[in-house]
Design a protein around this ligand. Structure first.
Ligand SMILES: *[C@@H]1O[C@H](CO)[C@@H](O)[C@H](O)[C@H]1NC(C)=O
Ligand SMILES: *[C@@H]1O[C@H](CO)[C@@H](O)[C@H](O)[C@H]1NC(C)=O
Ligand SMILES: *[C@@H]1O[C@H](CO)[C@@H](O)[C@H](O)[C@H]1NC(C)=O
Ligand SMILES: CC(=O)N[C@H]1CO[C@H](CO)[C@@H](O)[C@@H]1O
Ligand SMILES: CC(=O)N[C@H]1CO[C@H](CO)[C@@H](O)[C@@H]1O
Length: 489
């Protein structure tokens, strides 16, 4: 029965290099999932049908990662992380176990690096970005490698390779992703710190508030603005983050807190009912997380403040002072180090061609530098004690094609900005760092008008199309960012 079908499948077999499973030694590919429909069972195992060919359905016990709750890798054999369980790959945005590399019962030396000993409490003092190696996210490295595989221009490939030398923040944008990424990356950073003897800083984005992204659609979250989801935010999300951070105490950590949320509380309560519905959850969520995470000595937090063309106007900045001062004191005794600006946005650091006038809709802060200078003064006068900033420069190196600075989705003309670094501007002691919070190449939102999370901005003229869903890889955007990098690669 099997042999009669085999001839039709020679080409498919040759083309496909899938991960090892029991059927491969018989000359058949593995089915893409262990839950594939069973068509036939024999002494070898369970057979499914895919692409007109028999395939072996991977046995649950044949892949060591399944009992741990992770699927087996089906198309990759590149390990981005290895621990006491085995070698891990990444597929479809999730970890997967690479078959045949389970270290169970073997090679005891694996445990040395992969279960690093947690040392004594690390305590931030001064600028949390200063004096550390920045952690390189292995998942992003894998995304860049996959992007390089689609390129043929050697000059572009050389630029893309450089991207692997720079650090990006790790987005904990769902409960599941938090469970997948947080501890794994803390552990990997700790292993590196332990090996090199140099502190390794990891930056995470906390991003799962109930009623998230209340004024837009593209990044709507999994939790709704209701009491039961707000309870889940606390117990299944913040409490777990707290538990992990309380475990890994010997390494520096920075948290970027809930992009766009408080800026929406400053400007969008009156005009957007969804933001009014979210208000109490945003405020309560912040109070809760600042209380819990703001007391950890090795953790420094920055609250998101939108960007220059959101809160830059005089009346918005004044209101912002009140909102942020209130939020920070509601989280006492937790502490907040400062504020993150321009997260996932395109506003240039300096743009001398712009000044307050009709072109900027009378915004006195038409670039990030002027915005942060003004916010520093306003937050100080609002009574906020710790006022420091970081600016996301992952995509603000080049003026985009947008004709209105409020455009935020997949802007054409994008270019990578300043590289991540501590204290980038002399004389601006309150600017802790330039850092890449939004990984270049991950989409802002889909341009598919029929998608549930389609947002009109992603269909505007200067939004690059076709664009995939927020967070998915967007090759064209990535390539343009590389070409327009400033400073250039
Ligand atoms: C997995 O094991 C195979 C065979 O021992 C080896 O060739 C391969 O390099 C290993 N892969 C990883 C990612 O460790
Ligand atoms: C390759 O990319 C470089 C810029 O990185 C560009 O100048 C050149 O025209 C490209 N070559 C081709 C053949 O597209
Ligand atoms: C809150 O929203 C969730 C969906 O995320 C829903 O399952 C739940 O029933 C809602 N709870 C209330 C109290 O409305
Ligand atoms: C640099 C550093 O912290 N090294 C430590 C790594 O962990 C081992 C124990 O597994 C310690 O002995 C090292 O001092
Ligand atoms: C680079 C790119 O995709 N640009 C597109 C942005 O959207 C406009 C309008 O839809 C297109 O004309 C561009 O080609």
């Amino acid at each position: 029965m099997k042999t009669s079908i085999a001839l039709t499948a020679v080409a498919a077999l040759a083309a496909k290099a899938s991960a090892a499973c029991w059927s491969q030694k018989l000359g058949y590919p593995c089915c893409s999932s262990s839950s594939a429909q069973v068509w036939f069972t024999d002494n070898d195992g369970e057979w499914g049908v895919e692409n007109g060919d028999w395939c072996g359905i991977p046995k649950a016990e044949s892949c060591w990662s399944q009992p741990l709750g992770y699927p087996c890798c089906t198309s990759t054999s590149t390990a981005v992380y290895t621990d006491g369980d085995g070698a891990w790959g990444i597929e479809n945005g999730d970890w997967c176990g690479i078959n045949g590399n389970s270290s169970q019962g073997s090679t005891p030396n694996v445990g040395n690096d992969e279960n690093p000993v947690i040392g004594s409490q690390y305590t931030h003092s001064g600028n949390p970005f200063k004096g550390h190696k920045f952690f390189i996210n292995p998942y992003y490295t894998a995304e860049v490698d996959a992007a390089i595989a689609q390129m043929s221009n050697s000059s572009l490939i050389a630029k893309a390779k450089k991207m692997k030398e720079y650090s990006n923040a790790i987005w904990l944008d769902t409960i599941e992703n938090m469970n997948n990424w947080l501890e794994r990356n803390l552990k990997t950073a700790l292993a590196e710190q332990n090996q090199t003897g140099k502190t390794v800083l990891t930056v995470f984005v906390v991003y799962d508030l109930p009623g998230r992204d209340c004024h837009a659609l593209a990044s709507n979250g999994e939790l709704l603005a209701n009491d039961s989801d707000a309870a889940r935010y606390k117990t299944e999300y913040i409490d777990v983050i707290e538990e992990k951070l309380k475990t890994y105490i010997s390494q520096p950590v920075v948290l970027i807190v809930e992009p766009d949320s408080l800026a929406n509380m400053v400007t969008n309560l009156e005009n957007t009912p969804a933001c009014r519905d979210s208000e109490k959850y945003y405020l309560d969520g912040h109070a809760y997380l600042i209380k819990k995470l703001g007391v950890l000595k090795h953790v420094a937090m920055y609250l998101d403040i939108g960007h220059a063309f959101w809160l830059g106007w005089d009346d918005n900045r004044e209101k912002a002072g009140k909102v942020y001062a209130k939020v920070i004191s509601s989280g006492s005794p937790g502490q907040v180090r400062g504020f993150a600006s321009n997260v996932a946005n395109y506003t240039p650091w300096e743009d001398p061609t712009l000044s307050r006038g009709p072109d900027t809709e009378w915004n006195p802060c038409p670039d990030e530098k002027r915005y942060i200078e003004a916010m520093y003064k306003d937050f100080k006068s609002a009574g906020i004690k710790s006022v420091y900033f970081i600016d996301d420069t992952s995509r603000n190196g080049h003026k985009t094609d947008r004709t209105h600075p409020g455009e935020w989705c997949n802007q054409t003309g994008v270019g990578i900005g300043a590289r991540p670094q501590a204290n980038p501007i002399s004389g601006m002691d309150y600017l802790d760092a330039f850092y890449w919070v939004k990984p270049l190449g991950e989409s802002d939102g889909t341009s598919d008008t029929s998608a549930k999370r389609y947002d009109g901005y992603c269909g505007h003229a200067t939004a690059m199309k076709p664009a995939p869903e927020a967070g998915q890889w967007f090759q064209k955007h990535f390539e343009q960012g590389l070409e327009n990098a400033n400073p250039p690669f």
